[in-house]
Design a protein around this ligand. Structure first.
Ligand SMILES: [Zn+2]
Length: 643
């Protein structure tokens, strides 16, 4: 839904895996620059009114002490039981306690590091609820669960189906030195995962996990009214829209934000923020940036415009009035690349350490990549709100696949990440390289089921490749129909992998077991190859390894291109079911060559180098030798010339 226009909002993005890749890629970056037009003229998407059922709504008054880096706040949660169960208690997330001491689950699992940044024990984070009571004043008791990132309050009487209750809490919080997306760096504040927040009641229980290192979040939709009191002179950004700013006359101001149809509220503040804004199809895209990163303003806005237009056209219009993109300081990079409703964080990515002091050229598209990825989460997380803890492949995978589509469409398939003279890198190349290093992981799984490396492949690389493979198999139009239908059906809902499967099979009218059983749930791998080319026959094979759990081979439908001596061709569909197939062409000219998946639709194929085979020419031995020598000589000359 809409809120009124306001000053700062940013969308969170967070691409731990992407960042690692880009970091290594930086090593390739040098000199040269040229511009690529980032924006394009697309018709605006058709607007439609859509609203969430508010289940968990929050009214919070918070005061920031910028010197102590603390928050003190009063919060009122209004919760409506839309289920058929009486609910006996309330379970809150207290995320900041993940940074309280090294024994937290988050710090133990992550080795006190997150996305390449270290947790600083001298500057921890924590949250303490100092009071909790019902609207009628009845005091409640809140007890921490496990490592203190969850807490439970028993209720004197269950919340009946259809009933709405109000609970008031007072809390204090210490913000950490920027770590794992939240905290402070100097006088920059990125305040995320900062307030006591209800889990999701479903299937007779609270769906709420302690804060795991790889895990993101899960919450019901609701309305947020947040009043932030902080020093006058600070520029703020937040989810939704600012509705008022009051000068308190004591050196502080109170900025009030209102947001509807959202699952979270995050905010940022700095006295140094500069603002740049652009209207995109009726949405105000606001970029809050630091003066030292002024060179990013146009690029970030171009990328945001590109993303909002394309996702809006492909999936459904962005229904909020403002989208805020937040730049983060170099010393607070751990807050960059994260998504929140109507607000994302980006960053100038000094992670390209080499970039410091070099002219920032558009030959590398790290800024664009992060902005486009994080904005993708507006559709695949903020509006279609997956359970990120239980099924992280959905939000990261759908977002990364969407990112890949935008990057290729706007910046070129081979040059979408790096375009420096003869040095080209496409986003697909990076994702495929990552997948090939660790291909034997399923996409499906809870965030903490995976080690750090496997998590990156499971949630980002493999889904991007698999969804692109699905797109190339179904055809682009059908795939967009699948994604668009899924988005519209589940906007402001909590769909699962099964829901996506139902939509994909319904819209495509196909049994997609190869995708879901093979790629989503399975860890099998496939390598298609041509094993023999005779005069009138071709033998192709499906190699690889079956899925560990089911023992089922990974079978991806593909095709075989056969070329004959007269230059004619046939393209044979091959469902891959048989591990080896021989195709015969007794009535055609001799076969010259054969290639499986010549169009490179199967992006999870382990090796493309063996996909084709050309029949050896029948020439005399001495002619073959001379040809070979000439070939070698030519290569030597080419290499020498190149140097
Ligand atoms: Zn992401």
């Amino acid at each position: 839904m809409k809120t009124q226009p306001q000053r700062n909002n940013s969308l969170p993005i967070h691409l731990p895996h992407l960042f690692i890749s880009l970091r290594s890629l930086t090593l390739l970056l040098l000199a040269s620059c040229f511009l690529l037009p980032a924006s394009c003229l697309l018709p605006p998407p058709i607007a439609h009114a859509a609203h969430a059922i508010p289940i968990a709504s929050y009214t919070i008054s918070v005061t920031l002490d910028p010197a102590a880096r603390t928050l003190s706040a009063h919060e009122v949660v209004t919760y409506t039981n839309t289920t058929a169960d009486p609910i006996p208690d309330l379970v809150f997330h207290l995320y900041l306690n993940a940074f309280r001491d090294p024994n937290s689950l988050f710090l133990r699992e992550g080795g006190a590091a997150s996305r390449g940044y270290r947790w600083d024990p001298e500057h921890p984070g924590w949250i303490q609820v100092t009071g909790i009571r019902l609207a009628d004043g009845t005091p409640l008791t809140l007890e921490e669960i496990e490592d203190g990132t969850l807490a439970r309050a028993a209720l004197p009487a269950p919340v009946a189906p259809g009933e709405t209750i109000e609970v008031a809490l007072d809390f204090r919080a210490q913000l950490p030195l920027v770590f794992a997306r939240t905290g402070y760096a100097g006088d920059f504040f990125m305040v995320g995962q900062w307030f006591p927040k209800l889990g999701v009641w479903q299937e007779g229980a609270w769906n709420a996990y302690p804060y795991h290192a790889n895990s993101e979040f899960y919450a019901d939709f609701g309305t947020y009214d947040v009043r932030i009191t902080l020093p006058a002179g600070y520029v703020t950004g937040g989810t939704g829209l600012p509705v008022s700013t009051v000068d308190n006359g004591d050196g502080t101001q109170t900025v009030s934000y209102h947001a509807e149809d959202v699952i979270d509220f995050a905010w940022t503040a700095s006295p140094n923020f500069q603002e740049a804004a652009r209207q995109v199809d009726g949405v105000e895209v606001l970029y809050l940036y630091l003066p030292e990163h002024d060179w990013t303003a146009e690029r970030a806005l171009d990328a945001a415009e590109t993303a909002v237009r394309r996702y809006g056209r492909w999936y459904g219009p962005y229904p909020y009035a403002r989208l805020t993109v937040v730049d983060v300081p170099d010393e607070g990079e751990g807050a960059g690349g994260m998504e929140y409703p109507t607000l994302v964080t980006a960053g100038a990515l000094s992670l390209f350490g080499l970039g410091q002091g070099l002219p920032r050229a558009r030959m590398e598209r790290s800024i664009e990549l992060v902005v486009i990825h994080e904005i993708g989460h507006q559709w695949w997380q903020s509006m279609v709100a997956f359970n990120e803890a239980e099924e992280p492949w959905l939000d990261e995978g759908f977002t990364d696949y969407s990112t890949l589509r935008v990057m290729e469409e706007v910046y070129g398939a081979d040059t979408s990440v790096l375009d420096a003279g003869n040095l080209h890198v496409g986003y697909l190349d990076i994702r495929r390289m990552e997948y090939l290093t660790t291909p034997r992981v399923p996409m499906y799984g809870r965030a903490w089921d995976f080690g750090m490396i496997d998590y990156g492949v499971a949630a980002y690389s493999k889904p991007a490749l698999a969804l692109r493979t699905l797109e190339r198999t179904l055809g682009e139009e059908t795939m967009l129909d699948v994604m668009g239908t899924f988005f519209r059906r589940y906007q402001f809902g909590h769909p699962t992998t099964d829901d996506f499967r139902a939509v994909a099979e319904e819209v495509s009218s196909q049994d997609l077991a190869w995708f879901f059983d093979g790629l989503v749930y399975g860890d099998g791998v496939v390598n298609y190859t041509v094993t023999g080319v005779g005069t009138h026959e071709v033998t192709v094979a499906r190699q690889g390894a079956p899925s560990t759990g089911s023992g089922q081979a990974l079978v991806v439908p593909t095709e075989v291109l056969v070329t004959f001596a007269d230059g004619s061709t046939v393209l044979e569909p091959w469902d891959g079911t048989e591990a080896e197939v021989t195709l015969s062409y007794p009535d055609r000219p001799p076969v010259r060559s054969a290639e499986v998946d010549a169009a490179r639709k199967v992006l999870v194929d382990l090796r493309w180098a063996d996909n084709g085979l050309t029949r050896p020419l029948e020439v005399s031995p001495w002619l073959a030798l001379v040809t070979r020598l000439l070939y070698d000589l030519q290569n030597v000359l080419l290499v020498a010339g190149g140097l």
